[in-house]
Design a protein around this ligand. Structure first.
Ligand code: GDP
Length: 495
């Protein structure tokens, strides 16, 4: 059933708001998100798909009608070319034969499951946008946990690469030295542009350690060549979308798809990434128990890249310096044991996420031990403290996804520098966060944080190359909408 739907009668409606408080899951929102989502999916198999709108504030962003129509076209393409369709089987034969036969009916980009969950979410959106721009079909390597984490995004055809895909056993070993690596082939000059000798597949190495030849992926000339290759296999841990905006042949299409350039991940993330029912259970139970009743929700995402075990005093100092200076959290009064509220005050629920519980405990205790100056009541909550990053443990990543998603349901967000976990939360939520600067030498930076220019994620390892002039250039200074990031001076982001 469609959770709090438009047709609920008044009584039931009252019951819901009584149960859930004011800032809650209330009535009929546009469950297709302005046409972003296709209608007609089975609701029960993926509750988050159509329920998510009821947990979010009405967004001020609307997808362009062009994006909506391109998504519907993509879905038709995916259905026609998806796993085990006639066209798919045909291109698999070409791949197995190793003989290039000229333009094929369907072309593919295969996304390899690689890196932390935040990174994977960002690279999925990047690969999908690349697929849209090049009329390719995106197929997703399920890895160990993708199907436990996400629903299928496309109607009537799976996005998962079949387990009998003939190159699958090579995925783990694909790297810059692989004979089919595009950059490596360029280095060895082992290309023949003549069709009969063109490869049937190529490996694109877009991992942060990639070299100058791998980076030629971001040049128009190389894109023209890649167009011919039926199978592109991609491994990346980076949100490479900002550099797609610097490729002249994609420019116009991108401006139609995204008239507001800072909404790329916001829309593609909401389109593609629907938490599985298990994860949706984690999200909704937590939301209803700890967040729904508050007048205001705030998220604080703490990611510490320092070595050694925290919690660190300088990080705690920084969190408090930022939130209090920017008026995101109220000051406490250490002189009084009570303070009477001056006028009606809003209740605030603060969701903290971190691998450690230390910061959360200190902030929670502070608001327990002392009153706030104006008397606001502050609740501090943290769903988990997994202590260290674990790979490939099922519940670990389900909780990580639930926490990113819960952060995206807040009204005000504070994030940590360099963290893709935070980027996912901010962009999905349509939030411009306050970013905590990265501490240097174990000291809290001053100023402790700044407001983000846009909600877009940062591309951490962009190329600095002028493809036309064939020399280095500052790619963050070419167009007004691609800038260096707030939290990483060499990164690029859309604004
Ligand atoms: P990044 O390293 O911050 O860019 O984010 P990633 O998501 O790519 O990798 C970090 C991984 O560590 C996550 O996927 C989680 O598995 C784990 N992790 C980091 N911070 C948290 C947190 O606050 N909560 C939970 N549950 N897991 C976290």
């Amino acid at each position: 059933e469609d959770h709090p739907s438009g047709s609920v009668d008044v009584q039931k409606d009252k019951l819901f708001s009584g149960l859930l408080g004011t800032g809650s899951i209330n009535v009929p929102k546009d469950k297709l998100l302005g046409g972003l989502l296709a209608a007609g999916f089975d609701e029960g198999s993926c509750l988050s798909r159509y329920q998510s709108a009821s947990y979010r504030k009405e967004t001020s962003y609307k997808p362009s009608s062009y994006l909506v129509s391109r998504l519907r076209n993509y879905e038709a393409l995916h259905k026609r070319c998806g796993p085990y369709t006639k066209s798919y089987n045909k291109t698999i034969e070409i791949l197995k034969s190793g003989h290039y036969t000229g333009a094929s009916d369907c072309n593919y980009v295969v996304w390899i499951s690689y890196s932390g969950l935040g990174n994977r979410i960002l690279t999925l959106a990047s690969a999908f946008l690349y697929a849209l721009l090049t009329n390719r079909v995106l197929l997703v390597d399920p890895g160990v946990d993708m199907p436990d984490l996400f629903c299928e995004p496309f109607p009537e055809a799976s996005w998962f690469l079949p387990s009998d895909f003939n190159l699958k056993s090579q995925f783990a070993s694909l790297d810059q030295k692989s004979p089919h690596c595009y950059g490596k082939m360029l280095k060895n000059n082992s290309f023949s542009i003549q069709d009969e000798h063109a490869p049937t597949f190529l490996y694109l190495h877009l991992v942060h350690d990639y070299d100058d030849q791998d980076k030629l992926f971001f040049c128009d000339q190389d894109q023209t060549f890649l167009q011919k290759i039926p199978w592109l296999i991609m491994k990346t841990d980076n949100y490479f979308v900002p550099s797609l905006f610097l490729i002249p042949s994609f420019e116009q299409e991108l401006s139609y798809l995204f008239p507001n350039k800072d909404t790329v991940f916001h829309f593609l993330g909401r389109y593609l990434l629907h938490p599985s029912n298990t994860v949706w259970g984690l999200i909704t139970r937590y939301y209803k128990a700890y967040l729904a009743n508050a007048d205001e929700r705030m998220g604080i995402q703490i990611r510490v890249f320092d070595t050694g075990t925290g919690p660190f005093q300088h990080v705690l100092d920084q969190i408090l310096a930022c939130t209090i200076k920017e008026n995101l959290l109220p000051e406490i009064n250490k002189q009084e044991s009570f303070s009477s509220p001056s006028g009606p005050l809003k209740s605030k629920a603060v969701l903290m996420t971190s691998l450690s519980s230390g910061y959360f405990e200190k902030v929670r205790d502070m608001y327990w031990e002392y009153p706030t100056v104006r008397g606001e009541v502050i609740g501090i909550f943290q769903p988990s403290h997994e202590e260290y990053q674990q790979t490939e443990k099922q519940m670990h990543n389900q909780k990580a996804l639930a926490e990113m998603y819960l952060l995206s349901l807040t009204d005000v967000l504070v994030t940590s520098s360099w963290s893709t976990f935070g980027y996912v939360a901010q962009s999905l939520g349509g939030l411009k966060p306050w970013i905590l600067y990265k501490p240097e030498n174990r000291t809290a930076p001053d100023p402790p944080c700044r407001r983000a220019m846009s909600m877009e994620p940062c591309f951490h390892a962009p190329p600095f190359y002028d493809c036309k002039a064939k020399r280095g250039t500052d790619t963050g200074a070419l167009v007004p909408h691609v800038r260096h990031c707030e939290d990483m001076s060499w990164g690029l982001k859309l604004v």
